[in-house]
Design a protein around this ligand. Structure first.
Ligand code: 9MG
Length: 286
């Protein structure tokens, strides 16, 4: 089941010890414009019902986002983002047995989400310079997803350039672990994510997937998000609605290579692929 050995993740009242069965992080976009499910869960009852369904299907973390980070997406105001995500988190935090993660770029939204009961901050902009968000994570003892991105969502796919994407993402992780620690965020709070599709070409994404095992040497849980992403569409010639097989192949591969958390829209299917992969790994010879 991968190569990392006894790694702890602390996220407020939640604690996970890895290796353990990999977690599926179920995606809940409370947005009008997310690339695959925009507009479906804007109303509170629909969002809450969707979360409960994902947990029923086996989601081990629920990731709630109120601003799309798809390439070229337009930013939303903090007030609007708060209006979208806080009621969902408030309603669910008390009743769920799994952690809620807030997917946001904004420290103000992270603060409100943590006050409403979120336990993890999913920071796709971990390449930020401002430490305000990290201080909040430190104070709350929250989990923190440190995701690699080159640039910003509006422009990141224009012309991503790396000399060696795997080396550069690894260096980013090491440098951020140090900066996070300087801000009071314990290493045991951090999840690392290579940020598939965030300022990366198809070739960069494939290189990162092929080398994902190399990041296990940092002894932190690894998160991978590939669900419905455009590199799968480009590689397989698959429309948005036809990318699930490609995403499931990535999920199985990733778990076999030591990834511990897979972010997914299609939770039931992803859980099945992961459990199957783990069953094979448990019987691996040679
Ligand atoms: C919000 N979001 C969209 N894709 C993502 C990914 O691959 N990782 C993380 N952490 N968040 C993502």
């Amino acid at each position: 089941m991968g190569t990392i050995d006894k790694v702890k993740l602390r996220a407020r009242q939640f604690e996970f010890t890895f290796p353990r069965p990999a977690l599926v992080m179920g995606i809940v976009n409370v947005t009008p414009d997310s690339f695959s499910d925009g507009g479906r869960f804007l109303e509170l009852p629909a969002a809450v019902a969707h979360v409960l369904q994902l947990v029923e299907q086996g989601a081990g973390i629920i990731d709630v986002g109120g601003e799309s980070t798809r390439p070229g997406a337009l930013p939303v105001s903090e007030a609007e983002e708060l209006r979208r995500v806080v009621p969902v988190i408030e309603q669910l935090a008390g009743q769920l047995k799994v952690p809620i993660s807030i997917d946001t770029l904004k420290p103000g939204v992270a603060r409100a989400a943590l006050a409403a009961g979120a336990s993890i901050v999913n920071d796709v902009a971990a390449n930020r310079e401002d430490p305000a968000l990290w201080r909040l994570v430190a104070e709350a003892g929250a989990g923190y997803v440190c995701m690699h991105m080159q640039g910003r969502p509006q422009t990141m796919q224009v012309n991503p350039v790396y000399t060696d994407v795997v080396r550069e993402v690894g260096e980013f992780f090491s440098e951020r672990l140090k900066r996070l620690s300087d801000c009071g965020v314990g290493r045991d709070q951090v999840i690392l994510d290579p940020g598939i599709g965030f300022g990366k070409s198809v070739a960069h994404n494939l290189q990162l997937l092929g080398a994902v095992r190399s990041f296990t040497t940092l002894a932190r849980p690894l998160l991978l998000g590939v669900s419905r992403k455009s590199f799968i569409g480009k590689l397989l010639g698959a429309e948005l609605a036809a990318r699930l097989p490609g995403a499931l192949a990535c999920a199985g591969w990733a778990v076999a290579a030591g990834v511990q958390i897979v972010r997914a829209h299609d939770v039931a299917e992803t859980v099945q692929v992961i459990r199957m992969t783990e069953a094979i790994l448990a019987n691996q010879k040679v």
